[in-house]
Design a protein around this ligand. Structure first.
Ligand code: ZN
Length: 395
């Protein structure tokens, strides 16, 4: 069992200990005592050094704390060793974790939303609360109240009590025996093994960013302390960058973006109308410039390498709508064929195209008026086109 020094003093960073166990690689080390916090209870592990070797991960194994090193430890079991926990990361975790306890207390006591799970990540933190909906106003008010409690600089104390006799826990503990109790004076009593600040003032700013609906709960994303400040700065820079693109002030961004979205919708509508008119015009021109054959049918052949034939459907339908017309289009990228015919052209496009494509190893079909399909290669497309033209002429 490792004596966990952070249990009673979260500010202790430098410590002396003895090696109790080493694995074969000497990369995993168990000490008799340690200030390193192992990943547990939703809080990420500390980093630092053991005998000046970087500690890259810290885990729990039963009652032991296992230090994972970047290089083998040149010591034997029983040897003395010095450890150092990285201060900035430890302080950051203390701010997030104590901030979470405080925030959970506010969300439950003021709004009636108990916390059901917590995630303290290396970037963002979140907690899931039992709530159907959280309005922007509620989020703003929860953030204000939480920050007032920070300013009150309430003591955060650590105690140990027996699970059988402890009173006032926000959430009953599933553990037996001696519990570590973290108390924010007048606000919260919680069984918790994490590292915490000594007074709420040390949490610094509490920033609530956004909410998200998750399976039956609401997730509240938050950040505390320097992380809150860094994130608020980042958010502000995003807003200013967006405002810069709009040549506007930050306050005008929402209405300008809304106006741009409205404009785009209107332009898309106009664009669709103009495209339709253009296609109709092109179809009439194609129809008019093609001489009818002996049967009075205008056979219009389009070989396109630049667009897939399916984008020519609209044009094909417009051309044959002019009457007495067959429209045949091929494309090589991807290899495909489209065939359309007016009702008075006397041609069943679906059957005709399917037969021609099958002959070249392709596949396709459609209705008597419009059909399309694909061929295995560009050469197969050309062979299919020649077959169709022969059919049309011989028809
Ligand atoms: Zn906790």
């Amino acid at each position: 069992m490792t004596d966990r020094l952070y249990y009673t003093d979260a500010t202790l960073l430098r410590f002396d200990a003895h090696v109790r166990a080493l694995d074969d690689t000497r990369l995993q080390v168990v000490l008799d005592r340690s200030a390193f916090y192992p990943t547990s209870g939703g809080q990420p592990h500390d980093t630092g050094t053991l005998a000046d070797i970087p500690v890259v991960n810290v885990t729990e194994s039963g009652d032991d704390v296992v230090h994972h090193l970047a290089a083998p430890l040149p010591l034997a079991v029983g040897d003395a060793v010095s450890g150092l926990v990285h201060e900035a990361r430890r302080r950051d975790h203390m701010q997030q974790h104590s901030g979470q306890h405080l925030l959970s207390a506010v969300l439950e006591d003021v709004f009636g939303w108990p916390t059901v799970s917590v995630h303290l990540g290396t970037d963002g933190c979140s907690l899931d609360v039992e709530a159907d909906h959280i309005s922007t106003e509620s989020l703003r008010e929860a953030e204000r109240i939480a920050n007032v409690h920070v300013l009150e600089n309430r003591p955060v104390t650590i105690g140990f009590e027996d699970a059988a006799t402890v009173r006032g826990l926000r959430k009953p503990s599933e553990r037996d025996g001696l519990l570590r109790i973290v108390t924010i004076e007048g606000l919260d009593i919680n069984a918790c093994g994490g590292t915490h600040v000594a007074r709420t003032g040390e949490i610094g700013a509490i920033l609530l960013r956004r909410t998200e609906r998750t399976r039956g709960t609401m997730r509240v994303e938050f950040r505390c302390g320097l992380r809150a400040v860094a994130r608020a700065r980042h958010d502000m820079e995003l807003l200013l960058e967006t405002a810069g693109h709009l040549s506007a002030g930050a306050e005008d961004v929402p209405s300008l973006v809304q106006a741009l979205a409205d404009d785009r919708r209107a332009l898309e509508k106009v664009n669709a109308q103009l495209t339709e008119q253009l296609v109709a015009h092109e179809a009439r021109a194609l129809h008019a410039s093609t001489q009818p054959d002996a049967r009075g049918r205008r056979v219009i052949v389009a070989a396109r390498t630049d667009v897939p034939v399916k984008t020519l459907q609209g044009l094909a339908q417009q051309v044959v709508a002019c009457g007495g017309a067959v429209y045949l289009a091929t494309s090589t990228e991807p290899p495909a064929v489209l065939l359309a015919a007016s009702e008075d052209a006397g041609l069943d496009c679906g059957t005709t195209l399917r037969t021609a494509l099958q002959a070249v190893g392709g596949r396709g079909g459609g209705t008597p008026r419009l059909a399309q399909g694909s061929a295995p290669t560009a050469d197969a497309v050309l062979a299919c086109r020649d077959r169709l033209l022969a059919t049309l002429i011989g028809d």
